[in-house]
Design a protein around this ligand. Structure first.
Ligand code: TYD
Length: 331
């Protein structure tokens, strides 16, 4: 089986590539990644020399590159490539639309042309909007509130349309928030951990009472693998851990693990259009035989340890050093 994993140099893509190569000795992976600020080949140093792994620098919005990659004999496409950070999308939505909508369209066209066995769309629970006290189900109507979630929703709608219109064998996943090693330090957990290591304050938006559901990356990789193996074509699967936490609760756990106090919190202006609460119902996935293994308290502890032990990795990222390096290396 040869996978095209797009966005494989990012946090989730790189973790999933490592998972696939380790778990399936017969599988091959082509990683197509644009190496934006969030993509980093350092995340894959340990698999770089694996003969079943190949890296191609390129943009999913570039039809030619996608076509060249498809000529390598791709069996299945897993589309991780996306602009993902809500705050960045608020400052400018264009790159989100180009990658998350147009890029998805390009991949779908390629999957159609090359009669790909399966196209797996990696998406987010954020397309459903916000829920005060309920849960998002697979058939909950999309109500995206940020340019980011609207872009992902656009891509997901296209995936559905290609299945309905062209019988393209697609599967869509909506996952809750991820955390774990190699996450770019702009997201809540790695930003707060790395800020505290650097002696900087941690910016809590608004009152910090917003709730997110959090899944640890190894649990996520197994969940996605389950969907790829056992999910039905044309179906949608939610991926959720059930660990639903207010931002302030997470902040306090992190402060506790770092041995620091509430004085490090800086309450800042709320994010515009800030979704109050995400919660996904993942019964459909659990019926396929998956459940999370790692409790939140353990996962966050391991994550804090990893960031403490890998200072060079995130310091170089935060300073933009890798970006300069890749620019020289790949243009
Ligand atoms: P984030 O990690 O950006 O993920 P998402 O917005 O996709 O859920 O943010 C998680 C939550 O943490 C969200 O409610 C916004 C909040 N947050 C802060 O309070 N401060 C921060 O500096 C960041 C990055 C996020």
């Amino acid at each position: 089986m040869k996978f095209l994993i797009t966005g494989g140099a990012g946090f989730m893509g790189s973790n999933f590539i490592r998972y696939i190569l380790n778990k399936y000795p017969e599988h091959e992976v082509v990683n197509l990644d644009k190496l934006t600020y969030a993509g980093n080949l350092e995340n894959l140093k340990d698999v770089e020399t694996n003969t079943r792994y190949e890296f191609v620098k390129g943009d999913i919005a570039d039809e030619k590159v996608v076509d060249q990659v498809m000529q390598k004999g791709i069996d299945q496409i897993v589309n991780f490539a996306a602009e993902t950070h809500v705050d960045r999308s608020i400052h400018g939505a264009k790159s989100f639309i180009m990658t998350d909508v147009f890029g998805t369209y390009n991949l779908l066209e390629a999957a159609k042309k090359y009669k790909t066995q399966k196209y797996i769309q990696v998406s987010t629970d954020e397309v459903f909007g916000s829920t005060e006290d309920g849960e998002f189900y697979e058939d909950t109507a999309f109500e995206p509130n940020s340019p980011y979630s609207a872009s992902k929703a656009g891509g997901d709608h296209l995936v559905r349309a290609y299945w309905k219109t062209y019988d393209l064998p697609t599967v869509v996943t909506h996952s809750c928030n991820f955390y774990g090693p190699y996450q770019y330090p702009e997201k809540l957990i790695p930003l707060f951990v790395t800020n505290l290591i650097e002696g900087k304050k941690i910016p809590v938006y608004g009152d910090g009472q917003q709730v997110r559901e959090w899944i640890f990356v190894p649990d996520y990789c197994r969940a996605l693998d389950t969907v790829i193996q056992k999910g039905e074509i044309g179906e949608v699967y939610n991926i959720g851990s059930g660990y639903r936490k207010a931002n302030l609760e997470i902040t306090n756990i992190i402060l506790g693990l770092m041995g620091q106090g509430n004085d490090m919190i800086e309450y800042v202006k709320d994010r515009p259009g800030h979704d109050k609460r995400y919660a996904v119902n993942s019964d459909k996935l659990r019926k396929l035989g998956w459940k999370p293994d790692v409790q939140f308290e353990q996962g966050i502890k391991d994550t804090v340890e990893w960031y403490k032990e890998n200072e060079l990795w995130w310091k170089r990222l935060k300073s933009g050093e890798y970006l300069d390096y890749y620019k020289k290396q790949y243009g």
